[in-house]
Design a protein around this ligand. Structure first.
Ligand code: M6R
Length: 628
């Protein structure tokens, strides 16, 4: 949902600010990729004064288009600036609508992630004041508001504060400006994420720590209502509220991700790299958490006590997209192993169903980014209604982890591919560990059973590694090729693998744009069976276990209607029925989703690749959905 970056480096350093901003935008491109731009200026050596106005370059399309424009060197030699990569909300992707926006006189350049809800009335007011707009965006309205104040006061931070107090909506915003020879760089947050960092020779801000990591590991996350003024070697944080803003202290977080992890490491796509990282993710997600001698697990930090876990009467899971599918698996695990009733809701719907939160409810938000607007809002409502809160999240320091306090970090490492893969498996592992912990505390799992569950988890890694081989991947590619002309796909699963069918279908449609539906296998006969015909492929997930006979009969029903079947899983009898077969090793049924999802991810990847789709940047999507 748009990535923003800003930096100020002392003059005389080796780095050119345009290069620093482009490098930062490259790591943020997952947040939006329909256009990009930068606005820069040069200050005098070692000072905050400049004789220049801001220079801006913007281009529709991918970052390469902007880089092409910058080859003329016209923005070289600057040392302070802001950059933006866009996911359009107001106004189609175009050069004019790309950020940064300027105030017309080029005293300021402003970038924005979010939505200004009252932009129309503000636009009318500005137009009545003689302002001529150059774009259709809500952002330009904010730019002119700031520009108008700045022209009067010559104080950029104060102008941003005054303008934001007139704005309804949510934003992460950054602005660079120069007035009467003095340069300023400021940013503010109300909603979408923003972090700031002091560098030895400068200062930086960005939507995601990934952009800052090549420069420092020590970052400060702004919280809603914060405004920061950046100068080389100094970041001052104040409140947006109040005439002059109050100075506030925010804690510094040390990020332990390495910068290597944010690269492609020789893989053609981030998605493929991230699929292949999943056995390491499993290793990290269980590291130091297993207590094999007592058949239990312990989470780092603010662990739960047994009496606290015993006090939970109901679990409410809130999540979106892939994370929601992990939440449905979590429901099967928690109900099956800990015998606590669980409800799972789309975070985007939760607020609109007038939810009832009974005493003893634990709300669990699941999110890779920890910044999904719907999930954050649903969780805040659950807390307001009296629920205790816990996050299962990949990004330490994200808004969700700060809102919830108690967090099980998933330790998947940075996930850049828009299609979530390793973050999902990491969520499944966290859910398994939490269900085990709950079951042990409540006595629904005894020590022997707990030990067995830990043993099974330890044996999972070699099985996962067996799926992450070139041979296995090539086998799936061949199957994908055979079904390339299918007019659609039905994914079926049952029990704990029903959500895996949903996830398989989501993965395929989001990166290959082919219609795919996930269904509970038992539901097929209640409607979707009408779709079955030779041109529709049905992919059936069947793990040897409690429901395998039932799932097998769904395969028979598809075959009786001449529908091609891809049989996936550890059930050997299903394999006999499938036109194509994807074998998965046996495991405990509770862990089978972690294995079954891997070939589904590979299937989507190869299918999309064979179709020539842009896998890491699927059309219309953005990785982190920070608007409602
Ligand atoms: O960051 P989150 O886990 O909260 O994101 C939730 C969804 O937006 C996300 O899972 C989305 O569905 C992905 N594109 C799935 O691949």
């Amino acid at each position: 949902m748009c990535g923003i970056v800003g930096a100020w480096l002392n003059q005389g350093g080796a780095e050119d600010i345009a290069d620093v901003l482009i490098e930062g935008l490259r790591t943020l491109e997952y947040r939006g990729y329909d256009s990009s731009g930068i606005g820069v200026l040069r200050t005098d050596i070692g000072s905050s004064s400049s004789a220049e106005n801001v220079k801006v370059a913007r281009r529709q399309g991918r970052l390469e288009n902007l880089e092409e424009v910058l080859k003329d060197g016209s923005l070289k030699g600057a040392n302070v600036g802001v950059g933006h990569t866009r996911w359009a909300t107001h106004g189609e992707p175009s050069d004019e609508n790309a950020h940064p926006h300027t105030d017309g006189s080029n005293h300021i350049a402003l970038v924005h992630n979010g939505i200004i809800e009252n932009y129309l009335e503000l636009r009318r007011e500005l137009e009545a004041d003689g302002v001529v707009f150059a774009s259709e965006t809500d952002t330009e309205v904010l730019t002119h508001l700031v520009g108008r104040e700045y022209a009067k006061s010559g104080d950029l931070g104060g102008s941003l504060r005054a303008s934001l107090r007139r704005v309804k909506g949510y934003y992460a915003v950054s602005v660079v400006g120069n007035m009467n020879g003095a340069t300023e760089l400021a940013c503010a947050r109300q909603g979408p994420p923003l972090c700031v960092a002091t560098l030895e020779n400068g200062a930086m801000l960005a939507s995601d720590v990934l952009a800052v990591l090549p420069h420092t590991r020590e970052v400060t996350y702004l919280v809603d209502g914060d405004l920061a003024i950046l100068k080389p070697g100094e970041v001052v944080i104040e409140t947006i509220a109040g005439e002059a803003g109050e100075s506030v202290e925010r804690e510094v977080t040390v990020i332990d991700w390495d910068t290597e992890a944010a690269g492609k490491s020789g893989y053609e796509h981030f998605m493929l790299k991230e699929i292949f990282e999943q056995s390491e993710v499993l290793g990290r997600a269980i590291h130091d958490r297993l207590l094999p001698t007592v058949g239990d697990v312990a989470f780092e930090g603010d662990g739960w006590t047994d009496p606290e876990l015993n006090g939970i009467g109901r679990v409410q899971i809130l999540a979106c997209g892939t994370a929601l599918h992990a939440g449905i698996v979590a429901r099967y695990l928690i109900e099956g192993l800990a015998r606590i009733p669980v409800e799972v809701d789309y975070a985007s719907e939760y607020r609109y169903c007038d939810p009832v939160v009974s005493p003893g409810t634990l709300a669990v938000a699941i999110s890779q980014s920890g910044e999904t607007a719907d999930t954050l809002a649903a969780m805040r409502l659950a807390q307001e209604l009296g629920a205790q809160a816990m996050a299962i999240c990949n990004v330490q320091g994200s808004t969700l982890t700060r809102d919830c306090g108690r967090t099980i970090l998933t330790h998947a490492g940075p996930e850049i591919g828009v299609a979530s893969t390793k973050a999902f498996t990491a969520q499944l592992i966290a859910a398994y560990l939490f269900a085990l912990r709950l079951g042990r505390a409540r006595g629904t799992i005894d020590e022997t059973e707990g030990r067995k569950m830990i043993e099974e988890l330890r044996h999972l890694r070699p099985k996962l590694e067996g799926l992450l081989t070139t041979d296995y991947s090539d086998h799936i590619r061949k199957i994908a090729k055979r079904h390339l002309d299918a007019k659609g796909f039905l994914f079926l699963g049952r029990g704990v693998n029903y959500p895996i069918a949903l996830e398989g279908a989501l993965k395929l449609k989001e990166i290959s744009y082919v219609h795919a539906e996930g269904y509970a296998a038992g539901e097929m006969k209640h409607g979707p069976i009408a779709l079955i015909e030779p041109a529709l492929t049905t992919l059936v997930i069947n793990t040897k276990g409690r429901v395998s006979d039932k799932v097998r009969s769904a395969i028979e029903q598809v075959k009786a209607r001449k529908g091609p079947v891809i049989a996936l899983g550890s059930d050997p009898l299903s394999a006999e029925l499938g036109d194509d077969v994807i074998d998965v090793p046996t495991s405990s049924e509770w862990l089978s989703p972690i294995l079954n999802v891997v070939p589904l991810q590979l299937f989507s990847y190869h299918f999309a690749d064979l179709k020539g789709c842009d896998i890491d940047k699927p059309r219309n999507l953005a990785k982190s959905v920070t608007v409602e």
